[in-house]
Design a protein around this ligand. Structure first.
Ligand SMILES: Cc1cc2nc3c(=O)[nH]c(=O)nc-3n(C[C@H](O)[C@H](O)[C@H](O)COP(=O)(O)OP(=O)(O)OC[C@H]3O[C@@H](n4cnc5c(N)ncnc54)[C@H](O)[C@@H]3O)c2cc1C
Length: 399
């Protein structure tokens, strides 16, 4: 690991975009620029949703533009090319089957199979460092909600619960047999209690010598620092370890709206600064207890990334369990590639799946990237800087 002074380390656009051709960079610049025009984006998103509803084939339009930017391919096999490409720059991959919207038994079975396939791939390709799944990929939202609220299940729901437990057991047994850690994504707060409970059980079972089961903690939630502290106490007293992917949280507006509509106190901070503070406190706490907690800092935030990188450099001798960084494929390359170049373990969440089925994921990315300020604006500036750098280099070569 090299010395880091400050966020200057992320300005090295040559590292950040080394794998991208000029054509690629122009396409990315075009996409991020388009994202800034909120009215046009709203219109495009509405049009896309309408075309999907009426069954119009739009894959040919989406594939070369946004799909290529944010996804690895239509299958895990197809994503291998991107996985190896990233690996050439020292960047690891976290393939994520991102087909959404199908809450059927077949769809849950398919997600489980994809996770097992990723585990098999990771056991052979060392650049694939985690498998990952969303809890609602394995069972319906309704079931998770009922499990979380503790209501008595109907016979059919009890069968679904048995199936879910069978899938979880199969995934974690395979993870353990192949020595591949698995990240479990976090979703809405009202389905999280059941997810936390299952992860507690599987962590106690499989996180003995190493960490294979990772929960995700959303730091926009006001109760999560206490949650981590309590879970650590439990783990220490019972002699198992914890794995945490720390995120800020993706459902902020939804959480606030539900709390307002149903008249209960909002479970999330209302000020961004409070989330930032909690996020930084959580990564610091996990890092300070690295003997017990393996950490994946999943963020596009430069300040949080820098904070953890500095902590790692100051205490590099004391690091016991894995500490990794993760960003989404197609976003914040300046963080991922510069971290990797400096010797940190940095990975990309690499969504994949049939174009039509990953559209909800792509629409969320478009919505998230609408702001011209903050991280997205900064990324656009870096892309422009890299294009200018290459133009200048080309000119001086031709002189
Ligand atoms: C690899 C990876 C995996 C992820 N996995 C998950 C997951 O499993 N579950 C999940 O929920 N999300 C997940 N996310 C998304 C994540 O939670 C954030 O939504 C996203 O990364 C933006 O936050 P940031 O830390 O990157 O950066 P920033 O741009 O600094 O933060 C934006 C975030 O701040 C918070 N925020 C914004 N406004 C306010 C406000 N007024 N008050 C309080 N807080 C506010 C929100 O959480 C918002 O998303 C993941 C992200 C990455 C990169």
């Amino acid at each position: 690991m090299t010395i880091i002074q400050d966020s200057e380390m992320f300005i090295n656009t040559e590292n950040a975009y080394g794998l991208r051709s000029i054509g690629d960079l122009r396409r990315v610049r075009w996409i991020f620029r388009l994202f800034q025009y909120q009215a046009i984006m709203q219109l495009l998103i509405r049009l896309t949703r309408f075309l999907i509803r009426v069954g119009f084939p739009i894959g040919w339009l989406i594939r070369p533009v946004v799909f290529k930017q944010f996804c690895g391919g239509e299958s895990l096999h197809e994503s291998l090319k991107v996985i190896r490409h990233l690996n050439a720059a020292g960047v690891k991959s976290i393939p994520d089957f991102s087909a959404e919207g199908n809450a059927t038994d077949n769809a849950f079975h398919r997600v489980k199979e994809e996770v097992l396939q990723t585990i098999r791939l990771a056991s052979k390709e060392s650049s694939v460092i985690y498998a990952v799944f969303k809890p609602t990929g394995l069972a319906s939202f309704d079931l998770w909600e009922k499990l979380s609220s503790g209501v008595v299940l109907l016979p059919d729901e009890a069968n679904q619960k048995a199936k879910l437990e069978e899938y979880l057991e199969e995934i974690f047994t395979n993870a353990s047999a192949n020595d591949v850690p698995v990240l479990v994504d976090a979703e809405e707060s009202w389905i999280q209690p059941a997810i936390d409970q299952y992860i507690r059980i599987f962590s106690e079972k499989y996180n003995r010598d190493k960490v294979l089961v990772y929960n995700t903690v959303q730091m926009y939630r006001t109760d999560r620092l206490d949650f981590i502290r309590r879970e650590l106490e439990r783990a220490v007293s019972r002699g198992y370890r914890l794995g945490y992917k720390i995120v800020r949280g993706a459902y902020h507006e939804k959480e606030q709206l539900r709390a307002r509509d149903m008249d209960y106190p909002s479970p999330v901070f209302s000020r961004k600064e409070d989330t930032d503070e909690a996020y930084n406190a959580a990564i610091t706490y996990c890092f300070e207890h690295n003997e017990w907690i393996a950490l994946c800092a999943a963020t596009h935030n430069e300040q949080s990334t820098l904070l953890l990188a500095k902590l790692m450099l100051e205490h590099r001798e004391e690091i016991k369990l894995p500490v990794t960084f993760a960003q989404l494929f197609g976003m914040s390359d300046h963080l991922t590639f510069n971290l990797a170049a400096a010797g940190f373990t940095a990975a990309k969440y690499l969504p994949y799946g049939p174009v039509r089925e990953v559209l909800p994921y792509l629409i969320r990315r478009a919505e998230e990237n609408r702001s011209v300020t903050g991280e997205t604006g900064r990324e656009l500036r870096y892309i422009r800087m890299e294009l200018t750098r290459r133009r200048v280099k080309e000119k001086s070569r031709n002189r």
